[in-house]
Design a protein around this ligand. Structure first.
Ligand code: HMG
Ligand code: MG
Length: 311
């Protein structure tokens, strides 16, 4: 049972009127569940996310099934998806093999995923940063030749569990390399959730100075230290209008120590509603979806807003 309620609207200066939420629950969320979620449950989850008004839903990954068994059903998921008009359904693709699989399955938008640090490149991709770029180059080129959008994720932008502090110039350089490859959008990952708002502002300033257009930049915050919402507000104030979030706060990354869930979409929606920022996503329907998914997973949602409204 969901209690009615939305915050009063009181606007702040220097914020966009509308933003795009990239819903990453089905991919970033489910990849980190110890249980393998059945295909039928994933399909219903995707359906309910579209029903709630999401227009950009990252649905799965075409990675090696031994590395991420939770998403080994990518082909079946894409073929059985009830594709809604106007909804974009990108998938993660690491290499040429992944691109072939994704194209055969009929996907029309992809994301590659790079690292701002050597250690995570090795752990997540089994490659050095330079080797990973070589692996991505034909993927981006092949996808762009076919007219597909290509998001370029950059992980560990604000801290790395093995390397510690990540120099901002290192992140800017890695971001520039993804743009040079032909990525149409960047998503800046705080994979282990350690960033604070000043760091976010500082990185975005440096990216703009390096010539990157903030209209093509998304932010991807994990909420390990409870900073995701504050960091998002800092990014919006700096000019970002694309925010990644995960229904019910599902998520993490199986190859990054101490990566817990993403920013919960409901927590984001509550703040945006209070600031008068449009998203097209219905909070009540999403809370019901996350409460249902929590039931499927056998544990309560970590989202504060889901807890406040659904239980
Ligand atoms: P590898 O073992 O180095 O692969 O893994 P390889 O190129 O040496 O190939 C070995 C075998 O795997 C070959 O088969 C390939 O065909 C097969 P064999 O010839 O031995 O029979 N293979 C594949 N099979 C199916 N699909 C594929 C594929 N690729 C190779 N795509 C690889 C390299 C990149 C594949 C591996 O490291 C991998 O799959 N990594 C994925 C890790 C992952 O998914 N991590 C989570 C996503 S990133 C994330 O969550 C962060 C993010 O949310 C942002 C943030 O929070 O910061 C995006
Ligand atoms: Mg992530």
């Amino acid at each position: 049972m969901v209690a009615a309620g939305l915050p009063d609207v009181v606007e702040l200066d220097a914020l966009p009127a509308r933003i795009t939420i990239c819903e990453v629950g089905p991919r970033d969320g489910l990849q980190n569940e110890s249980a393998i979620v059945p295909l039928e449950v994933k399909l219903e989850f995707l359906d309910r996310l579209a029903d709630a008004g999401h227009q950009l839903i990252e649905m799965t990954s075409f990675v090696h099934p031994k590395w991420v068994p939770q998403l080994a059903d990518a082909e079946q998921l894409v073929s059985r998806l009830n594709r809604r008009p106007g909804v974009r359904y990108p998938v993660l693709v690491p290499n040429a093999r992944g691109l072939d699989r994704a194209l055969d399955a009929g996907v029309d938008e992809i994301a590659i995923f790079a690292s701002a640090t050597e250690t995570f490149a090795q752990r997540n991709l089994n490659r050095t940063m330079a080797e990973a770029l070589e692996m991505f180059a034909p993927v981006v080129a092949g996808a762009r030749e076919r007219g597909l959008r290509v998001r370029g994720y950059l992980s560990m932008c604000f801290g790395d569990p093995w390397e510690g502090r990540v120099p901002l110039q290192q992140v800017v350089r890695a971001a520039g390399e993804l743009v040079a490859l032909g990525c149409t959008e960047l998503s800046l990952g705080d994979t282990i959730g350690v960033a604070t708002p000043g760091q976010v502002r500082a990185l975005l300033r440096l990216l703009v100075e390096s010539g990157i257009d903030l209209n093509t930049v998304a932010v991807h915050f994990h909420d390990t230290y409870g900073q995701a919402l504050a960091n998002t507000l800092a990014a919006l104030q700096a000019g970002v209008t694309i925010v990644d979030a995960s229904a019910g706060g599902l998520g993490g990354c199986p190859y990054a120590e101490s990566a817990t869930g993403n920013l919960a979409t409901e927590d984001l929606l509550w703040q945006l509603a209070g600031l008068g920022i449009e998203t097209g996503v219905d909070l009540t329907k999403l809370v019901e979806t996350s409460a249902w998914m929590a039931g499927q997973l056998g544990r309560p949602s970590p989202s504060r807003v889901v807890q406040a409204l659904a239980y």
